[in-house]
Design a binder for this molecule. Structure first.
Ligand SMILES: Cc1cc2nc3c(=O)[nH]c(=O)nc-3n(C[C@H](O)[C@H](O)[C@H](O)COP(=O)(O)OP(=O)(O)OC[C@H]3O[C@@H](n4cnc5c(N)ncnc54)[C@H](O)[C@@H]3O)c2cc1C
Length: 410
């Protein structure tokens, strides 16, 4: 049995912490917010989770919402503008995923963690405390997301594509949206050069809801968020932008209302990769996980999926380590394994923020090939499957050709 401490009770910290209890370790998680504060606080994410990640949570016995949360069973992509209308339109099925409000999920998991024998402490951990915790633990993990302790981990310049936010992201949780008749979908709408509008069904305190994510290109015509002060203004601007820039979607939103006053959020994320092995003033190494390691723009919905996949990978690595020390070399190896997977989610997200021509060609070709559309959706679920074809022109052309050939044969 090892003595393991995790700072941060978010997706990465809790999923890992609960899993480690199952391996018989003594686990402490330290959170700067109580379960009640999280439950009653503002929304933190849109947390669309795809099949691979939710299946891992289900295997860990952590998916408590299968009966109540609407399924995400497909993807519908449209691109256009107000003048021309929809110019690109395709949809495809995908294995089921779901989005459970983190205000529901994290408090439930905190409860579960304590129920399975974990020790949960409430404290805003500072640097001095990190040293003490490192001294007392066989392994100290930092899972504080966008919190201040991220400064312990150096930015990995070679792996970062951007040094500033590329979008203003505005999230809104609503009731009253007109539902699709075919399947619960991740709806992705692109207005080229202006921004994106992504929405999908989810589950919140007040039951099933729809989660809207408007991504405004900074300085562009949708970047009107500065003057927004109240939840009502936030909803009003969201609907105004939908009507103005994504009019084909507007009729479904004519009767929506906020789920609650805390169901709104806006801000910008600088997509960042950090070196996840930090060094404390004493020289001790600490391992950063989840958003600490790879922080993506929310557009493609990869962060919670990465947190979940990373926790699953780390559980196995810790089990295999047995009684040997969790030293710096081990941490580096684990971090590289995480990057082997998470880098593809970062690359997928970054190509959607600034799409190169070959990606535009792929999206165009998806319209005529259901096989290609399925491959794209499968890539959101597991971006590693895109490694050989999505990221360069030659691979993209070959895949487009292969998928159109198979269509011709069918
Ligand atoms: C607007 C938005 C929309 C998103 N939509 C999606 C999506 O649709 N799909 C998807 O997969 N991902 C999405 N994400 C990303 C996803 O929410 C994150 O990647 C994921 O929550 C990261 O998990 P984490 O455990 O690393 O960090 P977090 O979930 O941020 O958890 C960190 C925890 O640490 C605590 N903490 C911080 N500092 C301290 C401290 N000093 N001491 C103690 N505790 C501390 C925090 O309070 C928090 O509870 C979105 C993100 C944003 C911002």
């Amino acid at each position: 049995m090892r003595n393991i401490t995790i700072i941060g009770a978010g997706h990465a910290g809790l999923q890992l912490g609960i899993g480690l209890l199952g391996q018989g370790h003594s686990v402490t998680i330290i959170s700067n917010r109580t379960a009640d504060e999280i439950a009653q606080g503002k929304i933190t994410s849109s947390q669309s989770m795809y099949n691979l990640a939710v299946s891992q949570e289900r295997e860990q016995g952590l998916l408590f919402w299968d009966d109540t949360c609407p399924s995400l069973e497909g993807m519908h992509v449209r691109a256009g503008n107000a003048d021309a209308g929809v110019m690109l339109d395709f949809k495809t099925r995908m294995p089921a995923g779901q989005s459970v409000d983190q205000r529901l999920k994290m408090p439930r998991w905190m409860n579960e963690f304590e129920g399975r024998g974990g020790k949960l402490l409430i404290q805003d951990v500072d640097l001095e405390t990190v040293e003490r915790l490192a001294d007392q633990s066989d392994l100290l993990l930092v899972a504080t997301g966008k919190g201040e302790l991220g400064k312990l981990f150096e930015r990995d310049t070679a792996r970062c594509q951007f040094d500033a936010p590329q979008r203003i992201t505005a999230l809104t949780y609503v009731h009253g949206m007109k539902q699709r008749e075919d399947f619960g979908a991740v709806n992705i709408n692109v207005n080229p050069g202006i921004g994106e509008f992504v929405h999908f069904p989810g589950l919140t305190h007040t039951g099933p809801c729809d989660i809207i994510n408007i991504e405004s290109i900074i300085g562009g015509p949708m970047d009107r968020w500065d003057g927004v002060k109240t939840p009502e203004q936030h909803l009003a601007l969201t609907l105004e932008l939908i009507r103005e820039f994504f009019p084909w979607e507007a009729p479904r939103f004519s009767n929506v209302r906020l789920t609650d006053d805390n169901g709104v959020l806006f801000g910008g994320v600088t997509p960042t990769v950090r070196k996840p092995v930090g060094t404390l003033p004493s020289g001790r190494p600490v391992l950063g996980i989840g958003d600490i390691h790879v922080l993506n723009d929310p557009m493609t919905g990869q962060g919670s999926n990465n947190a979940s996949k990373g926790a699953t990978m780390l559980l196995q690595a810790i089990a295999e380590r047995g009684e040997r020390p969790f030293d710096r070399v081990w941490m580096q190896q684990v971090a590289e394994s995480n990057w082997d997977s998470a880098q593809w989610s970062a690359r997928l997200t970054n190509t959607m923020l600034t799409p190169p021509n070959h990606v535009l060609n792929i999206l165009g070709a998806c319209q005529g090939s259901s096989q290609l559309a399925q491959k794209l959706a499968a890539g959101f679920n597991d971006p590693r499957t895109m490694a050989n074809w999505y990221f360069d022109e030659q691979g993209a052309n070959q895949m487009i050709e292969a998928c159109s050939e198979s269509m011709a044969e069918a």
